[in-house]
Design a protein around this ligand. Structure first.
Ligand SMILES: [Zn+2]
Length: 139
């Protein structure tokens, strides 16, 4: 078995992978890959199909510009300015009455999340919830 052909873990980008056979009572032997960092696992065939998931920030950007006329502006981070949050975005859409509204957070994802929650009224899509969970688990 050639382990070198396996792509790194799509969740944590770890390349320390172990492979082992898993014996299923239904399917018999399944060659399985496990990531030694986040302990996710998949069959060797499925592992090779896995794609890196987009970061939460990007999913939020896509959600905030998905509708016609909506826009989102990302500002430069401001880590030296200790009087306020590090990151800010400006959003415009029907939920801001079509005027630029500023949202802030401790990082870009948090600022985008504030705008996203204003847009959705507090709802979070499963895809974004999953990405946020993944990123908090992996630092
Ligand atoms: Zn991993």
């Amino acid at each position: 078995m050639n382990d070198n052909s396996l792509p790194p873990c799509p969740l944590c980008h770890c390349t320390k992978l172990s492979t082992f056979p898993y014996f299923s009572s239904h399917a018999g032997r399944i060659d399985t890959v496990r990531c030694s960092e986040c302990l996710c696992e998949a069959s060797t065939a499925a592992w090779k199909q896995r794609k890196p998931a987009p970061p939460a920030a990007w999913l939020l950007v896509e959600a905030l510009r998905a509708e016609e006329g909506h826009s989102i502006t990302l500002f430069c981070d401001n880590p030296d300015f200790n009087m306020g949050p590090d990151s800010a975005v400006e959003a415009c859409g029907d939920y801001t009455n079509w005027s630029d509204r500023r949202f802030e957070g401790d990082n870009l994802t948090a600022a985008l999340m504030a705008a996203y929650l204003a847009k959705t009224g507090g709802a979070v899509s499963p895809e974004i919830a999953e990405a946020l969970k993944r990123e908090s688990a992996h630092g």
